[in-house]
Design a protein around this ligand. Structure first.
Ligand code: GLU
Length: 455
């Protein structure tokens, strides 16, 4: 039997970090078993489902490079098949029409809360004696025995059936509920493994009853613990961005985000190595911890900065140009690319180089910070003298370095007497990548223009 997994988000908001991790697990598991990974958008709640949310799911999955192996299924288009199953369950006596009005239901709920018993409608055992159209269809849950799930993450988990309430599968407006639709879709899509958040474990005990009644083959379940923030509480906006696509906007790479998310709950042999074939081989649901993973931005930053430094420079350049909508001539692109290794040594994300773009790409850039300008005015002569020496030297990093050293020795100065002012003149800032590299990559003409400028 070939493995088929699915990621089944409800499009009621953006794609959450937790959802993205679930998608990655489904993707990895399917690939490991040479199966298929599918996506089903559970958009039956028409009031809460939005086109923006659907788009956000597409964007998030595309960014993470985990697009499904087949066309995305929309649950709202499958409603007929859900209703058909509700009717079949009714006809076979596994479900019943319940005519409770809202007051009666309130009372029943109150009673059930008071004595801790599940909701069992009095209509469960009545033969249908009502011609009224205002009914819902409830599943006739078993009230004796146990239901056991052998979960690939949680192990064997059981509930006493007496706690299961007769859940509604078809509402009075004839719309199916999530509890029914999801099971029917999984069956029709041939899903063999259901990998999802452990907030759905309780649903599994209920949903599996439908499967048993219809004699369908039970899928395997893997309920993955939810993600918590660093304080141990359920991950929420309080802990930072929870929308996966925000991380794209913040300058994280696809590979780093994938690496980080997939390791929320287990650890790969080499946590920084984005070698998908190796990852797929190594991934296993049994390795996933039973306790919640904690989202740790420091860890993500560390993976991202390492990934940026391993990445092809042209790709990083492309990301930066796209992010800042830069239109650069080849020579400027070349300069930016040459300085990237130095810049990336000091950043977690590629958008942190924002303040460096101007001095690198604008040929006639001149420092425009008032305080820094005053410093340069005061040191005009030093800058010109260094400029004069640089003009004489062969353009290599070694000779630029010797030239600066010679100047310091000749003038009985220390590097700190010239380093900061050179940085300010060349980059407009007091901190910059290695000075010799900056001078070398800016080139003789640009460097001299900035040093000889009348501040
Ligand atoms: N649509 C559900 C959710 O977004 C997931 C259902 C499932 O995976 O079975 O929470």
């Amino acid at each position: 039997m070939s493995v088929i997994t699915r990621f089944a988000p409800s499009p009621t908001g953006f794609l959450h970090i937790g959802g993205a991790r679930t998608a990655i697990f489904n993707f990895l598991f399917a690939k490991k078993h040479k199966g298929k990974y599918l996506v089903r958008i559970e958009d039956t709640d028409l009031k809460r489902s939005t086109d923006e949310a659907i788009q956000a799911i597409h964007d998030g999955l595309e960014w993470l490079n985990i697009v499904p192996d087949e066309k995305i299924i929309y649950q709202s288009q499958e409603v007929k098949s859900h209703v058909k199953i509700a009717v079949e369950l009714l006809e076979k006596g596994f479900a019943y029409k319940c005519y409770l009005n809202s007051d009666e239901l309130k009372q029943l709920r109150f009673k059930s809360r008071e004595n801790g018993s599940p909701i069992k409608s009095p209509w469960r055992d009545k033969l249908n004696k009502n011609n009224d159209d205002s009914f819902v269809i409830r599943l006739k849950m078993p009230s004796k025995g146990k239901t056991t799930i052998r979960d690939l993450v949680q192990g064997e988990v059981s509930v006493n059936n007496e706690i299961l309430d007769d859940m509604i599968i078809l509402r009075s407006d004839r719309s199916p509920t999530y509890m029914l639709s999801s099971v029917v879709d999984d069956y029709n899509m041939g899903i063999t493994h259901i990998i999802r958040g452990d907030d759905h474990l309780n649903n599994a005990f209920r949903q599996v009853q439908i499967i048993k009644f219809l004699n369908w083959k039970e899928p395997s379940y893997a309920h993955v613990p939810l993600i918590h923030g660093s304080d141990g509480l359920k991950l929420s906006k309080r802990h930072g961005a929870t929308n996966i696509f925000d991380y794209h906007k913040m300058g994280y790479t696809t590979e780093a985000m994938f690496l980080y998310l997939m390791q929320l709950g287990w650890t790969a042999n080499n946590e920084n190595d984005f070698d998908l074939d190796k990852i797929i081989k190594e991934f296993s649901l049994e390795k996933v911890n039973k306790s919640p993973a904690r989202f740790d931005i420091k860890k993500l930053n560390s993976i991202n900065s390492k990934n940026l430094r391993q990445k092809d420079l042209d790709e990083v350049l492309e990301l930066i140009m796209k992010h800042f909508s830069l239109k650069l001539e080849n020579i400027q692109k070349y300069r930016l690319k040459s300085l990237l290794p130095e810049l990336l040594k000091r950043t977690n994300t590629y958008i942190e180089i924002k303040d460096d773009i101007e001095w690198i790409t604008i040929d006639d850039f001149i420092c425009n910070n008032k305080d820094n300008l005053l410093i340069l005015k005061d040191k005009n002569t030093t800058l010109k003298e260094i400029g004069f020496l640089l003009n004489e030297c062969i353009w290599s990093k070694d000779s630029i370095d010797s030239c600066l050293k010679k100047y310091i020795i000749d003038k009985s100065l220390k590097f700190k007497d010239i380093g900061p002012i050179l940085r300010i003149a060349l980059t407009g800032k007091t901190s910059s990548p290695d000075l010799v590299t900056v001078i070398y990559e800016l080139g003789c003409t640009i460097s001299l223009n900035r040093l000889n400028y009348k501040y």
